[in-house]
Design a protein. Structure first.
Length: 359
């Protein structure tokens, strides 16, 4: 079911506001209302009355290999698109699909979990044929499903207070990652991979030590770790923080009170560049020039608030660009003019959300 439509974009509509010039009738059916700059869709569910139909609840994650081929995962299933997110095909049934990553057009990784987690309630899956078949990795070893990272030969599975695992050979072999004993729980990871030194890549992980927030950093792809300073009196619920680094030096940490911390020196110092709201920051994506977006929690269907903010100066100033009955869980971008946001439309009959910025 298409929710709404909006984008007047270069190459998307005729200059006089005419019809979409793309491939699908489904897209044309969705062009009923315009917001500022986003095309607002879903993965194609339907129905909902008295439990009937194919109601597709919350999407948790999204990733693209190029401007056409991408995947999204959530409670309603795992979905694949070949037209940039305009239409989606379900590749896995309903379930707890929390994270999806791509290491090639046909190599897909999924991190599945069953709330509230625990040993035997998290599963890591890999497909090398575009989702036709799947093999389980780390069978019986995962205790949670906080984050998944796959780039090049690097594979990381973060499991909170349970053992975390990493592979540096594409998943052929795995070892438990202990973060040099500096973390008692690990929740989110960033590896910008923009600069490779003789020792390896920069890696950042946010977690806790003695229930206090702690950010650790490695400059050799995880062989050794150091603790980075963070401001005092950060909010609780550390596991809900989000982390994004555009380069090995420039990064942002999103907090649960609308706070955003910015560093330009690899975490040595931090500056507050918070959103103009007290909503939790749910997702961050910015480029090396400081242009990007931040999602804000908007899951209470009784209270409609802004859900996506934009910045052009690294977060010094933010402006709302998407709101209403929408909640954003994850962002993926190829540049400030090509962005996908996924989440859900809260309500008595919830639905998933796909918002596309393309200009």
């Amino acid at each position: 079911m298409l929710i709404a439509a909006c984008e007047v974009a270069s190459g998307a509509f005729a200059q006089d506001g005419g019809l979409w010039q793309g491939e699908t009738q489904a897209t044309q059916a969705g062009l009923r209302a315009r917001s500022d700059r986003f095309l607002v869709l879903d993965t194609g569910g339907s129905g909902g009355g008295r439990g009937q139909g194919d109601v597709r609840q919350k999407l948790h994650d999204v990733v693209f290999w190029n401007h056409k081929l991408g995947w999204a995962s959530g409670y309603g299933g795992v979905f694949r698109t070949e037209d940039g997110g305009l239409t989606w095909r379900r590749m896995k049934p309903r379930g707890g699909w929390y994270h999806v990553e791509m290491c090639g057009p046909d190599e897909i990784w999924l991190l599945e979990g069953q709330h509230p987690g625990g040993l035997g309630k998290a599963w890591l899956w890999r497909s090398t044929d575009g989702g036709k078949t799947w093999n389980e990795e780390l069978k019986g070893k995962l205790g949670h499903y906080w984050d998944l990272y796959c780039r090049g030969n690097e594979r990381w599975a973060l499991c909170g207070d349970s053992p975390c695992f990493r592979s540096d050979d594409g998943g052929a072999t795995w070892r438990q990652e202990r973060f040099g004993g500096l973390l008692q729980g690990a929740f989110k990871l960033a590896m910008p991979a923009d600069v490779r030194t003789e020792k390896g890549l920069a890696v950042y992980v946010i977690g806790h030590h003695q229930r206090q927030p702690r950010l650790v950093k490695s400059l050799d792809s995880g062989k050794t770790w150091t603790t980075l300073p963070l401001p005092e009196n950060l909010p609780e619920r550390i596991f809900r923080y989000c982390l994004h680094f555009a380069t090995s030096e420039m990064g942002w940490l999103g907090l649960t009170d609308g706070g955003v911390l910015f560093t330009a020196d690899g975490g040595a110092t931090w500056e507050r560049r918070s959103l103009p709201t007290d909503q939790a920051v749910t997702a961050l994506w910015l480029d090396q020039f400081g242009r990007g977006y931040a999602g804000a929690s908007n899951s209470d269907h009784h209270r409609r608030r802004e859900t996506l903010y934009e910045t052009a100066d690294g977060g010094k100033r933010w402006r709302a660009v998407l709101g209403g009955a929408k909640h954003v869980s994850a962002l993926f971008g190829f540049g400030p003019g090509r962005l996908w946001a996924v989440g859900d439309v809260p309500g008595y009959v919830p639905n998933d959300l796909v918002a596309i910025l393309d200009y």
